[in-house]
Write a protein of this length. Sequence first.
Length: 576
Amino acid sequence: MALRPGLERRWRAVTQGAERVPLRIKLITAALALVAIALVAISVAGISFLRTYLLGQQDAVLRAVGQTWAPRQVQVCVNGYPGCPADAPPETAVDWVPAGGTLHHVLVPVRGFVLGSQPQRLPGPAVQRALQWLTAHPGQATTVPAQSGDHRWRAIAYPATFPNPEAPGAEIIGVVITSIDVTSVYDTVDRLVRIDLIVSGIVLAALAVIGIAIVRSSLRPLTDIERTARQIASGDLSQRVPERDPRTEVGRLGRALNMMLAQIEMAFQARAQSEAAARRSEERMRRFVADASHELRTPVTVIRGYAEYYRQRGGLENGPGAGGSGAAPAPPAANGGPAANADPAANADAAANADPAAPGAAAPAPAERLTRPDMDRIMERVEKESARMGGMVEDLLLLARLDQQRPLESHPVDMLTLTADAVQDARMIAPGRKIDLTVGSGTAFLVLGDAARLRQVISNLMSNALTHTPEGTPVEVRIHADGQGGPQVPSVILEVADHGPGLTKEQADRVFERFYRADQARDRRTGGSGLGLAIVAALVSAHGGTVALDTAPGRGATFRITLPLAPEAQAQEPRT
């Protein structure tokens, strides 16, 4: 149990060390190890087969000699015949071991000779070392070394029985050991081993060089991915992994990474756009609150001023100054008070610009009394300012409802009829202007929507053209159908063009913002509250259309609204 924690620590250290090794080294090492194992296995199998094959041939010769020729030669030599042995084959040795006796060399081996040369003796086999094994395993061949030198012999032993010439009827029992020289076989095997080692070394070296090149080339896409990841981590989200063949694993991985990176970039862009939109929305909200407060403050201040004026003048009381048409006018007030001006409406304007309740404001003499005409003018001005404030509140309420995406009424509406009515109204309001209506060819100009709101859109555009252009400036109104109003959606296009001073690019970019007016002086005699075009954009968008402005300084402005045609109009034949 004490070794187990130590073994676990060592194994953990080995695995952690392997994890720190680069992948290319692991791949190259694994490839070389597998090839080395394969070469060793092939070499061992080939050498073993060749050695077995060559030794098998020698063993066949050895068995033939050991079973037939060798026993006869031993018997001749034992019986004392001269010329022993007579026909000994070269490189063959025969030994005799009688039962209980010692080893006798019957045939001394000689090397094969060439004609005219003397035979050369060979160092015989050292069978004495393997004698016990040979006698214990008759008929089985074994390799034994030579008595001297580096020769090798293949030896085999067979038991033999011969008649004893000295004692008739008796037998001589022993073992005949036959050996042949197999040095050439082992030399061939040794040469093959050396050749295998050299070839294996060359193969491993070449494989190492080629493997390193292949592994580096194969891992280059991963290096590109790593480089791309570093660049993305540094903040460059536009980087992408180089495209590879999608049929490969690296190609599929690169494509998947590029898709993921595209989604991440889109998410970051959406987040950045959302943050920018939130900042712009917050800025617009602050500006909207400030503008709304300013616009509402003016009529409230006017109404408050007139109420203060009425209170300071004592209202309508019994007395000489309270009469009707025969009442005498009130005397002028001292110190330039509100009664000093013959027109109470002008005094109310002064009250709108300077708070009448503010400290230090000059108060009229308490003895003054309001006449009936003064009261009528005060009530008229209060009514106008109340109506203006009410209209502004209605516009804000409409925009709020549109922001909440409340559904509008949806009925077929003839845009040509609404446009003609608006043009006729404008001609009545401004008889000195030239206001032309041009009707294009196409189907009936029917759209689905709220007739009252669409009439308000056209009225606001006409009012904008009349208000913000000099007197006598012509206005052109054009209506026509277009089959390319959206993605192959037939549409009605209404254009209101004037020939006024036009707008700058900055003004054109903000013209549809709420409470925005190109005239920053906020002159209420010539301009409204700055909500007209904002309402136009919101209503057109609520009807599924678009609004655009084409303008430039000195060449007028053209407002263009596009609304999809109603299905009834799309089914009709085009008119000319």
